[in-house]
Design a protein around this ligand. Structure first.
Ligand code: IMP
Ligand code: MG
Length: 186
C-alpha cells in the first residue's frame, strides 16, 4: 500500500484498500454489463469531482460501448454535511433523450444530491436511468427512497476521503479510502 507523506498524519484508518477497490470494480462492471443488451450504448454520467477515479476505472471494465459525460453539482461547500441546496454548476453536453444513462457517484450519503440529479435527468426522457455508487452510508439517509442500483461498499457513518473523495478539496489522490481524523473538521 502506498503511503502519502503529505496526508498520512491526517488519516485515522484505511477502511478500503486499493486491492479491494480494484476487485469490487471488476464485479460491479460485470453486473452492470449484464444488465443491458449486448452492444447497447451506455451514457456514463460522472458526478464531479468525487467520482472521477471511479468512473475512469469502472468504465474500463464495462463490456459495452460507453459515452462519457460530466455534471457538476454542489451541495456541500467545504463542510462535511449536506446543506440540502443542490446547485448545478456544470450541465451535461450530451442529449440523453432515448438513451441509457448510468449516473456514477462517489458516495450516497443523505441522498439529497442524487434525488435532485435523478429528477432533473428524468425530465429529459432517457430510455433508462440507473445509478452506481462506490460507497453507501445507509445510516445517514434522509431521502429514504433513494437507492443505488449498484453499490460498491456499505460503510459506517464516518467521514471518508481518498480515491476521488475530498475534504476541502484535499486527499482525492489517495489510492484507497480512509477515515479522516475527526479533529481535522470538528
Ligand atoms: P448527499 O447529497 O448527502 O447524498 O451527498 C453526496 C455527496 O456528499 C457526495 O457526492 C460527496 O461529494 C459528499 N460526501 C458525503 N459523504 C462524504 C464523505 O464521507 N467524504 C467525502 N465526501 C462526502
Ligand atoms: Mg461529490
Amino acid at each position: 500500500m502506498k503511503e502519502n507523506k503529505f496526508y498520512s498524519g491526517d488519516l485515522a484508518e484505511i477502511i478500503i484498500t486499493e486491492e479491494q477497490i480494484k476487485k469490487r470494480i471488476k464485479e460491479l462492471a460485470e453486473e452492470i454489463s449484464a444488465c443491458y443488451e449486448p452492444g447497447e450504448e451506455l451514457v456514463m454520467i460522472c458526478i464531479l469531482r468525487g467520482a472521477v477515479m471511479f468512473m475512469a476505472d469502472l468504465s474500463r471494465e464495462i463490456n459495452l460501448p460507453v459515452i462519457f459525460d460530466f455534471m457538476d453539482v454542489s451541495s456541500y461547500g467545504t463542510g462535511t454535511s449536506s446543506s440540502g441546496t443542490v446547485r448545478i454548476i456544470k450541465d451535461l453536453q450530451e442529449n440523453i433523450e432515448g438513451r441509457h444513462v448510468l449516473i456514477v457517484e462517489d458516495i450516497l450519503d443523505t441522498g439529497k444530491t442524487l434525488k435532485h440529479v435523478i429528477a432533473m435527468l428524468e425530465t429529459r426522457r432517457p430510455a433508462s436511468i440507473k445509478v452506481v455508487t462506490l460507497l453507501d452510508k445507509p445510516e445517514r439517509r434522509v431521502v429514504k427512497h433513494i437507492v443505488a442500483d449498484f453499490n460498491g461498499f456499505e460503510i459506517p457513518d464516518k467521514f471518508v476521503v481518498g480515491y476521488g473523495l475530498d475534504y476541502a478539496e484535499k486527499y482525492r489522490n489517495l489510492p484507497f479510502i480512509a477515515v479522516l481524523k475527526e479533529e481535522l473538521y470538528s
